[in-house]
Design a protein around this ligand. Structure first.
Ligand code: NDP
Ligand code: GDR
Length: 361
């Protein structure tokens, strides 16, 4: 077990402005950690998810601090690890959109694969192997083409996208640094997890946002790709607790976090529309298929083939028995509650007109 300074609890979160980073930062602050986050420079504000945690550092000893940085910049990462001296690093930063990874495969590899190496090397170069525990945000996308279900830690990997392949490197370099240098470096192999702050171009949020906007008459049609893909969807709030537990146990290792239930995109659509009292009937086949509101006869869902991926992951369903046994972790939020929460939040957002952006995969 890596010797940790028993008094200092200092976390460094890469990707703190993302869905998981923001939930994790809030959770760790609640546990009394000092939390440092890395944010990217952008031409417009990108900190909406963590703004409520921010306190003016001029006020003195604030527990939450943000630093500019990028997973593609080694010198920046080395300097930050040197200055912050984190006791725990959560590497959540990534180009995390599977379809976008087909458009930007090289950048995805740079940030999602080599970025992991850069951070592990920063720890090693600074001689902090024994002082720093490292969490890598691995993914069920590693399983890709179905080899066995449910998928667990021993299931062979077969990634199906540049994102999945980049994350495969991230997974193995984490294992290698654990074995080669005795680092406390662990992978969380997390299945899809969503929330009201999920990025707007992931399918769940795209659906709940469209349901709200259609309900309020701001939009007419939801355009989707593959309706038959099946995912094991949980709530991000539950999964970040699992991430934290992965770094608190005595031995490093690799852990699946999942609900053990799977649903199709089609089922998600049906449930989300049911939240606003609409029943969807599916008519037609293939790219001609449409989702029709049974009561009004209006077409609410259409297929747009641009959202189909060159290679797809058809079925994900995870077995989190190891996490249950060794971490005492279990998901708490039922699927129906997740959908309810997301639709309710998007209704509020649509009413206030606070939602950003109209386009996206
Ligand atoms: P998001 O896309 O919401 O957040 C990604 C974060 O990474 C953002 O803060 C983003 O910054 C940052 N980022 C992207 N590229 C870089 C870069 N080059 N340098 C520094 N920061 C960068 O993802 P999630 O919160 O959903 O996921 C967190 C991690 O977990 C990701 O690594 C993802 O691949 C992985 N994962 C997610 C799952 C899920 O279902 N949510 C499941 C399994 C794994 P910005 O805000 O500026 O864009
Ligand atoms: P995924 O999430 O690829 O599983 O990766 P996403 O929500 O993008 O897709 C889920 C499934 O829905 C199908 N789909 C669509 N997807 C999007 N984005 N937009 C559409 O219009 C659409 N129509 C159908 C997809 O084809 C796919 O089968 C997420 C990310 O968070 C990754 O970073 C993470 O590693 C995995 O989850 C676990």
């Amino acid at each position: 077990m890596a010797a940790q300074d028993s008094k200092r609890r200092v976390a460094l979160i890469t990707g703190v402005t993302g869905q998981d980073g923001a939930y994790l930062a809030e959770y760790l602050l609640g546990l009394g950690y000092t939390v440092h986050g890395i944010k990217r420079r952008s031409s417009s504000f990108n900190t909406a998810r963590v703004d409520h945690l921010y306190e003016d550092p001029h006020a003195g000893n604030v527990p939450f601090l943000m630093h500019y940085g990028d997973m593609t910049d080694s010198t920046n990462l080395i300097r930050l690890v040197q200055e912050i001296r984190p006791t725990e690093i959560y590497n959540l930063a990534a180009q995390s959109h599977v379809q976008v990874s087909f458009e930007s495969p090289e950048y995805t590899a740079n940030a999602d694969a080599i970025g992991v190496l850069r951070l592990l090397e920063a720890i090693r170069i600074l001689g902090r192997e024994k002082e720093t525990r490292f969490y890598q945000a691995s993914t069920s996308e590693l399983y890709g083409l179905v080899q066995e279900v449910p998928q667990k830690e021993t299931t062979p990997f077969y990634p199906r996208s540049p994102y999945g392949v980049a994350k495969l490197y991230g997974y193995w370099i984490t294992v290698n640094y654990r074995e080669a240098y005795g680092m406390f470096a662990s992978n969380g192999i997390l299945f899809n997890h969503e929330s009201p702050t999920r990025g707007e171009t992931f399918v769940t949020r795209k659906i709940t946002r469209a349901v709200a906007r259609i309900e309020l008459g701001l939009e007419n049609t939801l355009y989707l790709g593959n309706l038959d893909a099946k995912r094991d969807w949980g709530h991000a709030r539950d999964y970040i607790e699992g991430m934290h537990r992965i770094l608190q146990v005595d031995e490093p290792g690799d852990f699946v976090l999942a609900t053990g239930e799977t649903r199709s995109v089609r089922e998600f659509v049906e449930l989300a529309f049911a939240e606003v009292g609409r029943n969807i009937e599916w008519r037609g086949k293939g790219v001609e298929e449409v989702g029709v509101d049974k009561a009004s006869g209006k077409t609410l869902v259409q297929i747009d083939p641009t959202y189909f991926r060159p290679t797809e992951v058809d079925l994900l369903i995870g077995d989190a028995s190891k996490a249950r046994a060794k971490l005492g972790w279990a998901p708490k939020t039922p699927f129906s509650q997740l959908v309810k929460e997301m639709v309710a939040s998007d209704l509020v957002e649509a009413r206030q007109g606070t939602a950003n952006g109209k386009h996206g995969v």
